[in-house]
Design a protein around this ligand. Structure first.
Ligand code: ADP
Length: 608
């Protein structure tokens, strides 16, 4: 049955009770009404008839008295008028016998009336006044009294019956009253009881459904709505169950896929030989791969301050890279091997080079950082070996190179004997090459000394202007040879600077020399010094060929030479400059665009 049907059915008991009550009321009211009617029909008509008969009897009597009094004409007329009326009333009474004893009384009335009528006829035929008078008092008046009494008896009979019946009626109506009240209460009670229970049964499925939906809403996808039948509620229940099933399946499948995807990505990062740590924006450790657990001894189990349990150096590096990435500076790339952090592992020391990339949240903001600690132990070892080799080779080259140069010089100058012009040309070229070779060897030795940690700075307060001037002086010859103008612009606020003057001259000389080398004739090289908040900023600006962006990071590396760079260098000048600037606590960099010239800059702290 449909819900609408059920709700309608729930009204049925009340409606039925109402109908029953109505029928009952109509029937009982009809009965009471009929009882009243009955009284009217049965008795009131008789009462009326007897009263009228008594009245007509009395008027006949008064007619008789008229006659006795001598007014015969009027008396005769009056009595003649009454006779048919009385006759008809008597017939009415004879036709309305309802009470016990009434038939008998009426019969008596008929007898009494007939006797009175006969007596009256006799009275009318009386020959004279005396006889009339006599007859009246002797026979007519007693007959009159008799008839009147008989009529009164009928009247009493009927009046008594009326009183009796009306009492009965009132008792009856009182009973009906009580009965009706009881019936109303009972019908209301029963109707209400059945209606309520039917309504309850009709809406119970709604409760079941709403409970199921609530549990589904709370994430309990195992909840089902059990509603039997074929109505709308059962259909809704089935629909909800289908929905729950789908949700459950979806959750299971998406959860499964998610778990699988997570396992895959975990396996992927676990397979990396280098430690990987994922940090949240607040520095909490979100994930770590197996290498991370082993090498950094970083364990997620146990919770708490996970980072606090790793060695301080590693922790410091992780925090720094995370701060860089989370601070919105993009991915973190190390500047060089020198950034590698040393970690003691079971199989000896390891050098780890940190890299960081942002983890983006749903809204696109950085919510964490993935840190990769690249194991550069072997690379560093190679680097050290190379440095050692270079240092040894340079050192071993130095003495023979000096004597070679000396020998070539002596031969070229003709000290040890005459040489032809051609021989002298060859000797001069050889001497030039020897000098260049000596420069490279000097660079190499400088570098190996610097990298060996032997760069001891001899810091003095020097006049900036002089520093720049002497650096420019070393390059004047080359500049004028190439037709390049050298300019200088030292701010008045940058009068002095605390540096190791020889080393700083080397740096500036290197930068200016490079600038001159890479600038065409007619171009210019400007050295500028300007104060910054805490630093002095040195700039060497040229109007030369510029440096492509992809080379800019590499030119500070050792032995890096741009493809097609003019012969003569070993790719060491800029790396030496970088080492010296960093030893002074400053930073070095380049701003350049191909065809637009380059600006090499470095900073030196005002307070060394
Ligand atoms: P090198 O002594 O071989 O010049 P450097 O370390 O001084 O080595 O320079 C490295 C490379 O940087 C050079 O090969 C050159 O290509 C490039 N470079 C340096 N300075 C400039 C400059 N002012 N303009 C263009 N390229 C430059």
């Amino acid at each position: 049955m449909t819900l609408r049907g059920r709700l309608l059915l729930a009204q049925a008991p009340l409606a039925l009770a109402l109908v029953l009550l109505g029928v009952m009321a109509v029937v009982t009211l009809g009965r009471v009404g009929r009882s009243g009617q009955q009284i009217l029909e049965d008795n009131y008509r008789s009462v009326l008839a007897t009263q009228r008969m008594t009245e007509q009897l009395e008027r006949m009597d008064s007619a008789a008295l008229f006659i006795v009094a001598g007014d015969r004409e009027r008396g005769v007329a009056q009595q003649a008028e009454q006779r048919p009326r009385l006759e008809s009333e008597l017939r009415v009474q004879e036709g309305n016998i309802t009470e016990p004893g009434e038939a008998e009384a009426t019969r008596r009335m008929r007898t009494a009336w007939e006797r009175y009528r006969t007596e009256f006829d006799t009275f009318l035929e009386a020959p004279d006044a005396a006889r009339t008078h006599d007859l009246y008092f002797k026979s007519l008046a007693p007959a009159f009294q008799d008839a009147k009494r008989t009529a009164a008896a009928i009247l009493d009979l009927n009046q008594d019956a009326m009183v009796r019946k009306s009492e009965l009626l009132s008792r009856q109506s009182q009973r009906v009253n009580t009965l009706m009240v009881l019936a109303v209460v009972a019908a209301l009670g029963v109707g209400l009881f059945f209606s309520t229970s039917l309504v309850h049964r009709a809406v119970r499925p709604v409760m079941v459904l709403s409970q199921a939906v609530r549990r589904l809403g709370q994430g309990d996808y195992a909840a089902r709505a059990v509603v039997d039948g074929r109505d709308e509620m059962a259909q809704l229940g089935r629909d909800i169950n289908t929905l729950a099933e789908r949700l459950d399946q979806y959750r299971q499948s998406s959860l499964g896929e998610l778990l699988q995807a997570q396992a895959v990505s975990q396996a992927a990062i676990d397979s990396l030989p280098d430690p990987v740590v994922v940090l949240g924006a607040e520095g909490d450790v979100l994930n770590v791969n197996r290498a991370g657990e082993d090498v950094l001894r970083l364990r997620l189990e146990g919770g708490g301050d996970v980072l606090g349990r790793v060695v301080p150096e590693v922790r410091e590096v992780l925090e720094r890279v995370r701060a860089h990435v989370v601070g919105g500076h993009g991915a973190y790339q190390p500047r060089g091997y020198e950034e590698a952090v040393r970690v003691e592992a079971a199989d000896g020391a390891r050098w780890l080079l940190p890299r960081g990339s942002p983890v983006y949240g749903e809204t696109g903001d950085v919510v964490g950082a993935t840190l990769l600690l690249q194991d550069v132990t072997r690379l560093r070892r190679f680097d050290e070996l190379k440095n050692d080799l270079v240092a040894t080779v340079a050192h071993e080259f130095r003495t023979p190179l000096t004597s070679l140069r000396m020998a070539i010089h002596l031969v070229a100058e003709g000290v040890v004997g005459p040489v032809t012009e051609k021989q002298a040309d060859l000797m001069f070229a050889a001497r030039e090459d020897c000098e260049r070779l000596q420069g490279i060897v000097d660079d190499l030795l400088d570098l190996s000394r610097i990298q060996g940690g032997q760069l001891l700075l001899d810091v003095k307060l020097v006049r900036t202007e002089e520093l720049v001037e002497s650096a420019l002086d070393t390059q004047r010859g080359a500049a004028s040879e190439r037709g390049v103008h050298l300019l200088r612009d030292v701010s008045l606020d940058a009068e002095t600077v605390s540096v190791d003057p020889d080393r700083m001259q080397l740096v500036l000389g290197n930068l200016v020399g490079n600038a001159v080398k890479h600038t065409q004739s007619g171009g210019e090289v400007l050295v500028r010094v300007t104060p910054e908040e805490q630093n002095l900023r040195f700039e060497v600006r040229d109007t030369g060929e510029g440096i492509p962006a992809e080379q800019q990071a590499k030119i500070f590396e050792k032995f890096y030479r741009a493809p097609g760079a003019p012969a003569g260098g070993a790719g060491l000048g800029l790396s030496i400059a970088k080492e010296i600037v960093q030893a002074h606590g400053g930073t070095i960099g380049v701003v350049s665009e191909p065809g637009q010239g380059s600006t090499f800059w470095f900073t030196i702290p005002k307070q060394a």
